[in-house]
Write a protein that binds this ligand. Structure first.
Ligand SMILES: Nc1ncnc2c1ncn2[C@@H]1O[C@H](COP(=O)(O)OP(=O)(O)O)[C@@H](O)[C@H]1O
Ligand SMILES: [Mg+2]
Length: 211
């Protein structure tokens, strides 16, 4: 079964030529997808459509066979789909763990010890005890990328969207981040969709879509 399905999706910003034309794509759980394409090809636009931040001009998107236009966008974004933005979009004054806990608050998670869940996620993505309690401003790019991943996982979404998650990272950190995504797809049955320029990510992915 498709977790996400795009049918003839088109999109244009108010003026100018269309950015996306008749996009038909399927995404399943337990798989890693790479989306590539030149700068300006519409990759970030596609992710913002998949995360309901932007509405397609035409066409349909199905999530778990339900048309997403019938879903509450706020609910969808805070529970069903985890987004790792290109610029991380973390709150810089808060610590790593506070950023993760905040997203659990937004998802209205109850009956869970938020602090220990956040702690476990940050350890899982490779942050040390000291880094977990450090303000975002005092973490490196690679460490912030890990926090952004932990935050996207905090409410256990089925689908993870990541916009060039290894774009600014050194080789070793890129390998680490990639193994986290593989583990999420193959051991936790998540649907992982990565926009990337990296040949390494493209080679590892189960499916490669070019825009
Ligand atoms: N908010 C916007 N308003 C108008 N045009 C935009 C906006 N955001 C992006 N674009 C244009 O849409 C095209 C696709 O952009 P984008 O999805 O960011 O591409 P990519 O992520 O593949 O580099 C580009 O030509 C870009 O200039
Ligand atoms: Mg982009």
């Amino acid at each position: 079964m498709n977790q996400l399905e795009l049918k003839n999706v088109c999109f244009s910003y108010t003026e100018g030529k269309p950015v996306l034309q008749n996009i038909n794509l399927n995404f399943q759980n337990g798989k890693l997808y790479a989306i590539t394409g030149k700068s300006g090809a519409g990759k970030t636009t596609l992710l913002s459509i998949l995360s309901l931040l932007t509405k397609p001009s035409s066409g349909e998107i199905l999530f778990n066979e339900q048309n997403i236009k019938d879903m509450d966008p706020y609910e969808y974004r805070s529970k069903q789909i985890g987004v790792i933005f290109q610029a991380y979009n973390l709150l810089p004054q808060l610590t790593a763990i506070e950023n993760v806990e905040l997203s659990m608050d937004i998802a209205n998670m109850k009956n869970i010890d938020k602090a220990s869940h956040a702690q476990a996620l940050l350890e899982k993505v490779g942050l040390s005890e000291d880094e977990i309690h450090r303000p975002i401003l005092k973490l490196s790019g690679g460490q912030q990328q890990r926090v952004a991943i932990a935050r996207a996982l905090s409410y256990d979404p089925t689908v993870i969207l990541a916009d060039e998650p290894t774009g600014n990272l050194d080789n070793d950190t890129e390998n680490d981040i990639l193994s986290i995504f593989k583990q999420l797809a193959y051991e936790e049955n998540k649907c992982i969709i990565i926009v990337t320029h990296s040949n390494k990510v493209a080679n590892v992915a189960d499916y490669l879509y070019r825009l």
